[in-house]
Design a protein around this ligand. Structure first.
Ligand SMILES: Nc1ncnc2c1ncn2[C@@H]1O[C@H](COP(=O)(O)OP(=O)(O)O[C@H]2O[C@H](CO)[C@@H](O)[C@H](O)[C@H]2O)[C@@H](O)[C@H]1O
Length: 503
């Protein structure tokens, strides 16, 4: 196993000059440099909600800070930008290879640093696995390299004249960055946002040495989790502050039921005032009056325009013409999302005159069951395995209800998209779903994540559908919710400010 590197990075290296000369102490009014570290960004590649947040939040925060993004150089990025200029070379360390740091400036002026290492990232597949959904065998090296790159940039090894005064990390893939900062004695504060506690980045203890994890850190007060190395625990343990993406989820993860084995550590963080919930937003492109993806744009005074989207969706999914309610599922097809509950409820929904459209991809067993359902109920159930942004937006705009029976939901974005587009979410009262849906006003919430609970809320939805005026009032109320990012940005600004002031 490795031992702590005697040379703390910041102390060992001659620091390069940087734009704000060390940040707050130099100029209170300068926009502080912040590095936002992520494994997904919807501009290039996304597996789910993290990609959407990573595209939107850094852009919103740029009003207040010089936020720049760090992301691995996946194939999709290299294809979109074949000639990325290299701005720095990051040295090899432990068993992690050297790599280049490239820089892209997006059309709207956001700087994205791209970690260039073809052996690790230039592959066909998702950020986390191959096309069959099998995790890459070297994900520990791939994401330890990302974490170490972030720590390297924080100590002045990145682009000349730019050195962040704070790291904003996201989920397990960047969790180790906070640990590298601590082990190297770097004082840059870090914030870790948990988008999903269930994905933890667990690896065998034999991987400690190649990743540069010191022996002394492999213990309960450190990175050890039931005999394994946990990237997420490393992030939670060493980050200066932890946030998650809704108030309710921030409370839920303190309990054994939702804590995924980390509730004790999270309670300790909460007791120290180092855990908070900041609700996600959705970006301004989610406006049904201007959305270029829709079959027909519409607003709350134009139900014909909305109906054009419903007609389109029915046709695209091979459904019969119908005046009954249309239910949509737009989701990663995984256990978390309660896909099995939606499948089990389908028979009853169809028997009561409803139709269902489903899109997404995920676990093979759910994809198979859904295909079977579509065959069994041809004309009433339509399924598309895969993900297409235009189709998804039309489904939000054309459906009457969105089914979201998630067992747990840190925040959830689809229920916000649905409300903006006038589709009423039917959702389990948990996490961000409880915080963003007003029961009986903008959607329907149920308490028990069971088929019975879901069907009870579906019944309430069907009754509302049968009463035109209530349906219209609820659609209008849902569409009036803006869910913009500005409120969230204030939450992050508050945490950033406190961390930088305490530095
Ligand atoms: N197969 C697929 N491929 C690509 N995109 C797909 C997809 N299936 C669905 N999507 C899209 O990805 C987004 C899903 O976002 P969610 O927030 O609902 O869930 P996710 O569990 O991925 O995110 C986690 O992180 C987010 C962000 O913090 C939290 O809101 C959430 O609760 C937490 O579980 C939506 O925009 C949806 O349209």
């Amino acid at each position: 196993m490795a031992t702590i590197q005697a040379t703390a990075c910041g102390a060992a290296l001659p620091l390069r000059a940087h734009a704000s000369a060390g940040g707050i102490e130099a100029n209170e009014n300068a926009r502080q440099p912040i590095l936002y570290v992520t494994s997904e960004m919807a501009d290039y590649v996304k597996a789910g909600g993290l990609g959407e947040v990573s595209a939107a939040l850094p852009r919103t925060l740029r009003q207040h800070y010089d936020v720049r993004v760090l992301i691995p150089g996946y194939r999709a990025i290299l294809e979109a930008h074949p000639d990325i200029p290299v701005v720095a070379r990051l040295p090899a360390a432990f068993g992690l290879p050297a790599c280049d740091l490239g820089r892209i400036d997006t059309e709207d002026g956001l700087t994205v640093y791209v970690l260039l290492c073809a052996d690790l990232y230039d592959r066909e597949g998702s950020p986390y696995g191959d096309r069959d959904g099998v995790d890459w065998h070297d994900n520990d090296v791939r994401f330890a390299r990302l974490g170490l790159a972030a720590a390297d940039i924080a100590c002045g090894r990145g682009e000349a004249l730019w050195r962040p005064t704070l790291l904003h990390l996201n989920d397990w893939p960047s969790g180790l960055a906070a640990a590298y900062l601590a082990w190297r004695g770097q004082r840059t504060p870090s914030i870790l946002t948990i988008h999903n506690l269930a994905y933890q980045g667990l690896f065998g203890a034999e991987r400690l040495s190649p990743l540069g994890v010191p022996d002394s850190a492999f213990q309960i007060d450190g990175v050890e989790f039931y005999g394994k190395l946990s990237f997420l625990k490393a992030g939670i343990f060493y980050a200066s502050h932890v946030t998650t993406v809704s108030d309710t989820y921030a409370q839920e993860i303190l309990t054994p039921e939702f804590g995924c084995g980390l509730d004790g550590l999270l309670r300790a963080k909460a007791d120290q005032g180092c855990l908070s919930g900041i609700l996600n937003g959705i970006d301004e492109s989610w406006d049904p009056a201007t959305c270029p993806h829709l079959a027909s744009p519409f607003d709350a005074d134009d139900w014909d325009g909305r109906q054009a989207n419903a007609d389109h969706v029915r046709e695209a999914f091979g459904l019969a013409v119908s005046r009954g309610p249309l239910f949509a599922v737009v989701s990663r097809l995984v256990h978390q999302k309660g896909v099995d509950l939606a499948i089990a409820a389908a028979e009853t929904i169809v028997a009561q005159g409803g139709q269902i459209v489903v899109t997404g991809r995920g676990e093979g067993r759910f994809e198979e069951a859904l295909r079977g359902l579509a065959q069994q109920h041809a004309g009433s159930v339509g399924v598309r395995i895969g993900f297409d942004e235009t189709e998804a937006r039309r489904m939000f705009a054309g459906s009457d209800f969105l089914l979201m029976p998630s067992r747990f939901e840190p925040c959830g974005l689809s229920q916000m998209y649905a409300q903006r587009y006038g589709s009423l979410p039917i959702a389990h009262r948990t996490g961000g779903l409880a915080d963003t849906i007003e029961d009986g006003v903008t959607g329907f919430l149920f308490r028990e994540p069971s088929v019975g609970g879901l069907l009870d809320a579906v019944r309430r939805g069907m009754e509302t559908f049968g009463s035109g005026s209530k349906l219209t009032a609820m659609r209008r109320a849902a569409m009036a919710r803006s869910f913009g990012w500005s409120q969230s940005a204030l939450g992050y600004k508050d945490v950033y400010g406190r961390l930088m002031a305490a530095r």
